[in-house]
Design a protein around this ligand. Structure first.
Ligand code: S3P
Length: 166
């Protein structure tokens, strides 16, 4: 195994958490979900952090969480969709392991996130918000070492594609 960690990046709804969990089980590595770590550390939900303290406060906590997660080894780390926006976070990820970007079609993302109330950036008109974020972040994940389109793929098939690159 030549990588210390495996880091999953990608827009919300691309399957980072479910793929990450399955991958960690298979590799017998620890699974770290940075959104879940933030919620545990702050004792509140992502949407409350956004609502009560604003997005910049969330991004600051997110950066600290990524920095500390990337000090570990033998972990699959699933990051929040916006974690790649800060240059510093991207360097910590690249230094810490293999960075895999998951992508999916707009329709897949819309379907996956529309039932979720804990995603503050896509409340209201979900389809419109998703299309806007997809356009804004068109190249945000290009820094990854590997890019996988998860549209229509079962979790196990995605896990196998990633394993083949380890
Ligand atoms: C965000 C994605 C979310 C979460 C927060 C902001 C984003 O994570 O970190 O709501 O900016 O894309 P998921 O990608 O796990 O939904």
């Amino acid at each position: 195994m030549k990588y210390r960690n495996l880091v999953l990046v990608g827009l919300m709804g691309t399957g980072k958490s479910s793929v990450g969990q399955a991958l960690a089980e298979k590799l017998k590595w620890r699974f770290v979900d940075t959104d879940a770590a933030i919620e545990a550390g702050e004792g509140t939900s992502i949407s409350s952090i956004f609502a009560e303290r604003g997005e910049p406060a969330f991004r600051a906590i997110e950066s600290k969480t990524i920095e500390s997660a990337m000090r570990g080894v033998d972990q699959v780390v699933a990051t929040g969709g916006g974690a790649v926006l800060a240059e510093q976070n991207r360097s910590w990820m690249k230094e810490g392991g293999l960075v895999v970007a998951l992508t999916a079609s707009a329709d897949t993302i819309i379907e996956r996130v529309s039932k979720d109330t804990n995603r503050p950036l896509v409340q209201g008109n979900v389809a419109e918000r998703v299309h806007k974020i997809m356009a804004e972040r068109k190249h945000a994940y290009d820094f990854a070492d590997l890019m996988i389109d998860t549209t229509g793929l079962p979790v196990q098939a995605i896990v196998e594609q990633i394993e083949a690159r380890l």
